[in-house]
Design a protein around this ligand. Structure first.
Ligand code: ARG
Length: 586
């Protein structure tokens, strides 16, 4: 059964139209089918929009066609036989509308029930990708911007992994640079014999950073020692190396606590890792004639930018840009990544634009942005407080992320207790974490990432509207419907038959089948909000179905239970891709 094997629904429809186009306009083999969902559901489910474009290509060439409509008609007539299609019609200037067969939709869903949701994994044109995300800086605080990067980056990595792409999840931590001189020197001051430089003794690393910075600014002798310390560290002197390692370790443990809460997998390859590669990589760029002297620094001029990209500072040191060039080279050549995705705030856009351009000019990347290997900067907006300003708490200048997550969990727990169900302590713990952290993630992901969003516990923890809480309730309700039926759903999957007789069943079924193309769109355009919107609409479609179609105790019980189960599976997979843990009781 060729038609229902793999690929998204849209890809499968596209394949049929591709065959038709080959027959209809054999002279235009490079034309790809333009398939989109129908704007108006009364016309059909999908439409093929090629006729108009073809007409403007063909009309000057002495074609047999007399306009776009006859082209559309021919495309329709040349469609191969397929059990997917119920009927087709032509609208306007040659749009071919397709109504999918209910039977086929049902059959495809049943196949997923038996073979698993993996058969709905999108197919992407890459095998290996790097997602560079989270990437906080050692000894500085991990702020809400890093939280956004962590949440968005993790989702993108999950979508790629689901699409069978090998993902290198990279934490590009800021663990190198001149600030380490002052940190190390300050550490020596506090612990002259080198002992005791651990987390407990240092306590708050941000305070430590501040104190050392203050001393650096106020005490010239200290400043001088700090500058020498940088040299000793870079020369690999044991004592300095050890101090640096200790400081990094303390920070790392702090980051790890956030990652653990949020279920984030990351492999640290910090800036220091790429440091040894920088001279060689700059040499490659120099040979291509990209690097010039400017005011004592070495720079790459980028067309359209006012300031050049500095790759060697006037003091001879390397910087953020030289590190990123070396990292890019490494990822392309050593790690053989075909797609490299960087997740940071939009404020860094210029930095990425500039070194991407340099890499293109060096011939490392194709100049056509649709070709691979490909790089993307995934920029995101600010997190705002309810006062519309940059998100902060009253007590401190910024919010500690662990405290923020604690608060989400605790507020959730209180709400659960208030609802007064019979919770065991363990259930309460697990549920409040799943819902609390899920709420934080979803509140972030549901927005188009490029916009600023307002952080509000009240909004994100509401059980109404487009929130994780609402969606998790919807899922728990479906699970309880299945459970209440007393049926063995695993057995029904194998023996039962799914029918989509009622329109609300058909609508829900079609929506389920669109999961693969939504994930594909979401990852291809690097927009997690597309998946969030899908999930929200899915739960609305489910609600409509459940309101209008009796499940338990009805004549259609088996079929409807299967539809419930398929909905629950798709919801769970969407939750998984968004990094949210589903719950079964809420
Ligand atoms: N450490 C940087 C920051 O906190 C983010 C690094 C992003 N990754 C990169 N390859 N530049 O802003």
């Amino acid at each position: 059964d060729q038609n229902i094997v793999g690929g998204s629904l849209k890809q499968q429809i596209a394949r049929l139209f591709e065959e038709s186009l080959r027959v209809t306009v054999p002279e235009e083999l490079d034309v790809a089918p333009a398939i989109a969902p129908c704007q108006n559901a009364n016309f059909g489910d999908y439409q093929c929009n090629n006729a108009m474009g073809l007409w403007s290509k063909l009309k000057g060439k002495g074609t047999q066609f007399r306009g776009p409509q006859p082209i559309g008609k021919a495309i329709m007539d040349n469609l191969p036989q397929s059990e997917m299609i119920e009927s087709c019609s032509i609208a306007g200037p040659g749009f071919v509308n397709v109504v999918l067969s209910r039977k086929w939709i049902a059959k495809s869903i049943q196949k997923m029930l038996v073979d698993g949701i993996e058969i709905w994994a999108p197919r992407l044109p890459v095998k290996r990708a790097v997602v560079d995300f989270s990437s906080p800086n050692i000894a500085k605080e991990m702020h809400v911007g890093h939280l956004r990067s962590t949440i968005i980056g993790d989702t993108l990595a999950r979508m790629l992994e689901f699409s069978n792409v090998k993902v290198l999840r990279r934490n590009h931590v800021g663990d190198w640079g001149t600030q380490f001189g002052m940190l190390i020197e300050y550490l020596f001051e506090l612990f002259p014999d080198g002992e005791g430089a651990n987390e407990q003794a240092i306590g708050d690393l941000q305070a430590f950073y501040k104190a050392s910075k203050q001393k650096f600014d106020e005490d010239p002798a200290f400043k001088e020692r700090a500058q020498k310390a940088v040299v000793s560290l870079q020369a690999g002197e044991e004592k300095y190396r050890k101090a640096w390692t200790d400081i990094c370790e303390i920070s790392r443990n702090e980051f790890e606590r956030v990652y653990q809460r949020l279920g984030i997998q990351l492999e640290e390859k910090g800036e220091s890792f790429y440091n040894p590669y920088i001279p060689g990589v700059l040499e490659l760029l120099r040979q291509k004639g990209l690097i010039e002297e400017s005011q004592g620094a070495q720079v790459i001029f980028i067309e359209g930018k006012n300031i050049p990209l500095i790759v060697v500072k006037s003091d001879g040191g390397f910087n953020y840009a030289s590190t990123d060039l070396a990292a890019l080279w490494y990822r392309l050549n050593e790690e053989k990544a075909e797609w490299i995705i960087y997740v940071t705030d939009v404020g860094q856009r210029d930095h990425f634009d500039m070194f991407f351009t340099a890499a293109k000019r060096a011939g490392w990347l194709p100049s056509d942005e649709n070709q691979y290997p490909k790089v993307n900067h995934v920029g995101f907006g600010l997190v705002l407080g309810e006062d519309g300003k940059r998100f902060r708490t009253r007590s401190t200048e910024t919010v500690k992320l662990v405290d923020l997550l604690d608060e989400a969990r605790n507020k959730c727990r209180a709400a659960l207790v208030e609802r007064g169900r019979d919770w065991t302590e363990e259930e309460l713990d697990q549920t409040s974490e799943a819902v609390g952290y899920g709420a934080v993630k979803y509140a972030d992901l549901k927005n188009n990432r490029t916009t600023n969003y307002t952080f509000s516990f009240e909004q994100m923890l509401s059980d109404k509207g487009n929130t994780a809480v609402y969606l998790l309730y919807a899922h728990a309700r479906i699970a309880s419907i299945i459970q209440r039926s007393g049926k063995d759903i695993e057995q029904l999957k194998r023996t039962g038959t799914l029918n989509l007789a009622h329109t609300d069943e058909r609508t829900l079924g079609l929506h389920l089948l669109q999961f693969a193309e939504i994930v594909e769109e979401s990852i291809t355009n690097l927009l997690p909000n597309v998946l969030c919107e899908y999930l929200y609409n899915l739960s609305e479609d489910f609600t409509r179905f459940y309101t209008n179609c009796q499940v338990v105790g009805s004549e259609e019980e088996t079929s409807r239970l299967l539809l419930c189960e398929a909905t629950a599976i798709v919801m769970r997979q969407a939750f998984y891709l968004l990094g949210i843990t589903p719950v079964y009781k809420l």
